[in-house]
Design a protein around this ligand. Structure first.
Ligand SMILES: *[C@@H]1O[C@H](CO)[C@@H](O)[C@H](O)[C@H]1NC(C)=O
Ligand SMILES: *[C@@H]1O[C@H](CO)[C@@H](O)[C@H](O)[C@H]1NC(C)=O
Ligand SMILES: *[C@@H]1O[C@H](CO)[C@@H](O)[C@H](O)[C@H]1NC(C)=O
Ligand SMILES: *[C@@H]1O[C@H](CO)[C@@H](O)[C@H](O)[C@H]1NC(C)=O
Ligand SMILES: *[C@@H]1O[C@H](CO)[C@@H](O)[C@H](O)[C@H]1NC(C)=O
Length: 281
């Protein structure tokens, strides 16, 4: 079912786009691309907000856990109001230089899910909506049921049509190319995923403490409740090379069945599940 959605024409378009992206120098790639159908969200960015960028891939167990158990906390209270959350679904994917196809660390399904998530981020533009979809997909991945991802649309009351259109009409491939380009040009480069960057600072192995870094970086007057328990404390300045939390290194494909099950996830108290059972309209 997953492979049927990729037409020959689309594969060709991926190849051409990737060629463009990876061959052009950094300053030119974006401006030379035809970005038809791709929204530029930078105009809506509030300068007081802290930029939280999450470089991840859909089926890496540590990314999955981070999204479902940790990052979700930004929706628990008002923290989401002081951040620009940027999800960048590409991770350790790379381009086969011989035939210019995308190879994802955890296989073809991961490429599909990265692209679906890229489409959701772009089409909806509303972090509550696209995070709900990403969360749902990642939740299924933890349970070993990621192929049930289409069920997320109905369980959330979200329309699948614009997302599948984006996937099938080549926009998804362009978005992947942009994310791949951005990830490949991280400075300093990422060594594993999830790779979390607060403003310009990569958190490296301390990524699970991302809230403390957000609160430290925030310069606004209205202190969110989430930061009251994280006063401007000193976050770790040690940049150890050995991660203390699990990660996915480049080139290391993890066996998803090794993932420990999560005991209990209180879905319904999450802010983005606005009206339980009703979903979004
Ligand atoms: C890259 O593509 C070539 C040509 O299709 C193929 O022979 C090779 O196995 C691919 N490499 C990887 C790592 O998949
Ligand atoms: C592809 O689909 C998306 C989502 O519906 C739409 O915004 C975009 O304009 C479409 N692009 C093309 C080239 O048809
Ligand atoms: C956050 O990102 C926006 C858009 O890239 C940028 O203009 C702004 O300077 C960034 N803010 C900080 C504090 O780095
Ligand atoms: C943070 O650490 C620095 C250096 O160790 C120290 O000078 C400073 O007072 C600390 N700040 C707070 C708020 O504890
Ligand atoms: C993952 O691990 C399980 C249990 O050890 C094994 O049965 C399965 O074949 C492995 N899958 C892959 C893709 O290595």
């Amino acid at each position: 079912m997953l492979t049927k959605m990729v037409s020959g024409k689309q594969v060709f378009s991926v190849i051409i786009t990737l060629l463009l992206i990876f061959l052009l120098p950094p300053s030119h790639a974006a401006s030379h691309l035809d970005l038809g159908g791709i929204k530029d969200s930078s105009s809506s960015i509030n300068s007081q907000k802290v930029n939280l960028s999450v470089y991840y891939e859909a089926l890496c167990p540590s990314c999955t856990n981070f999204i479902v158990q940790n990052l979700i906390r930004v929706f628990d209270d008002d923290l989401i109001n002081i951040i620009n959350l940027r999800m960048v679904p590409w991770g350790n994917a790379h381009v086969n230089k011989t035939d210019n196809t995308i190879i994802c660390q955890n296989g073809h399904d991961e490429c599909v899910l990265n692209t679906i998530q890229a489409c959701a981020i772009n089409v909806w533009d509303d972090v509550n909506k696209y995070y709900a979809l990403i969360y749902c997909i990642e939740f299924l991945a933890i349970e070993g049921r990621h192929r049930n991802w289409p069920s997320c649309f109905s369980s959330l009351g979200l329309s699948e049509k614009p997302i599948l259109d984006c996937y099938n009409n080549g926009t998804g491939a362009k978005l992947q190319a942009l994310y791949g380009y951005e990830t490949a040009h991280l400075n300093p480069p990422h060594t594993f995923v999830p790779w979390i960057v607060v403003d310009t600072k990569p958190l490296r192995n301390d990524y699970e403490n991302f809230i403390a870094y957000i609160c430290n970086a925030y310069k606004g007057n209205v202190i969110p409740n989430a930061c009251k328990s994280h006063p401007h404390n000193n976050v770790s300045s040690i940049e150890e090379e050995n991660p203390i939390y699990p990660v996915c290194y480049r080139g290391e494909a993890k066996n998803l069945t090794l993932l420990r099950p999560i005991k209990r996830i209180p879905r319904l108290r999450r802010a983005f599940w606005k009206v339980p059972g009703k979903g979004f309209k």
